[in-house]
Design a protein around this ligand. Structure first.
Ligand code: A3P
Length: 304
């Protein structure tokens, strides 16, 4: 049953925000924790492609790009279903009767495009055993924080973020779903030369989408033809995705995602943190950022 049918089924159903649990110290939805054995033993196919990212780094954008590449630039093909039905979200266990990510994936023939927010140490080992291609999207911490705050406000599938001030501290200490931004981006970065991982920055995608799409195409072994490139760039622009019900999550009922609180396709820019961070918060952030990031060779841009 889809989210739409589910909404119809339950009428004016109101949704409880989830309980959280932990796997190896990483905060995850309790339903995910309860299903952890099955998630960990997921079986990938060598032709599957995984799109991975910390929450709010631009995974939906990358999913649409990869889907367009698989469809050879045919945007109608990408309109076959909403994002969450096209690309199983590996670790998601939605309230019944909505299928879990695992159930969706198992019902699909490879090559599948799969989605995950898992930190690398929690990614099921099958992806490495099968030598799958993984595209990892990373976004600067300040914009991620802002985007995540607004997303947790509007998405009842996640805990209430509380006030901006308390959320700011929770994010810095990694006490948010899927854990620490620092651990996530650093550990995926360290693994990128050991596996087939393409590490892409959101800021580069904003600055030069064409070049980043080309990179993804060649990583997936596709020759970038000019015509297909242009179609992908057009179909995956912020405006086009904002207006596309198959990419903007508007098919999820408002008792789950209330887009009147904050739209899923919210701003899509680099530097919105400047409209949220207080001067004192920025100072605290910079100290912690330096402490955690110094010497790891991973550089983010917080403005273009
Ligand atoms: P903002 O909240 O800053 O606007 P994810 O898909 O990982 O949940 O990330 C969502 C973020 O990516 C949102 O950021 C959203 O607006 C942005 N985004 C989604 N599609 C985009 C696109 N085509 N171009 C630019 N930003 C996009």
């Amino acid at each position: 049953m889809t989210f739409e049918q589910n909404a119809h089924h339950f009428g004016s159903f109101t949704m409880q925000r989830p309980q959280m649990g932990q796997i190896l110290g990483v905060p995850l939805d309790q339903n995910t924790c309860n299903t952890w054995r099955d998630i960990w033993s997921f079986q990938a196919h060598p032709k599957d492609v995984l799109v991975a990212a910390y929450p709010k780094a631009g995974i939906t954008w990358m999913q649409e790009i990869v889907d367009m590449i698989f469809q050879g630039g045919d945007s109608e093909g990408c309109r076959r279903a909403p994002t969450y039905d096209r690309h199983p979200f590996l670790e998601i266990v939605a309230p019944k009767p909505v299928p879990s990510g695992l159930q969706l994936a198992e019902a699909m023939d490879p090559p599948r495009i799969l989605k995950s927010h898992l930190p690398i140490q929690l990614l099921p080992p099958t992806f490495w055993e099968q030598d799958c291609r993984v595209i990892y999207v990373a976004r600067n911490a300040k914009d991620c924080l802002v985007s995540y705050f607004h997303f947790q406000r509007m998405n009842k599938g996640l805990p209430d973020p509380g006030s901006w001030g308390s959320y700011f501290s929770a994010f810095l200490s990694g006490d948010v779903p899927w854990g620490s931004w620092f651990d996530h981006v650093i550990d995926w970065w360290k693994a990128k030369d050991r596996h087939q991982i393409l590490y892409v920055f959101y800021e580069d995608m904003i600055k030069d989408p064409r070049r980043e799409i080309q990179k993804v195409m060649s990583f997936l072994g596709k020759d970038p033809s000019e015509e297909v490139l242009q179609k992908i760039q057009h179909h995956t622009s912020f405006q086009a995705m904002k207006e596309n019900p198959m990419a903007n999550y508007s098919t999820i009922p408002s008792f789950v995602m209330d887009q009147s609180i904050s739209p899923f396709m919210r701003k899509g820019t680099v530097g919105d943190w400047k409209n949220h961070f207080l001067v004192a918060q920025n100072e605290i952030f910079e100290v912690e950022y330096k402490r955690r990031m110094e010497g790891n060779g991973l550089a983010f841009r917080t403005q273009l």
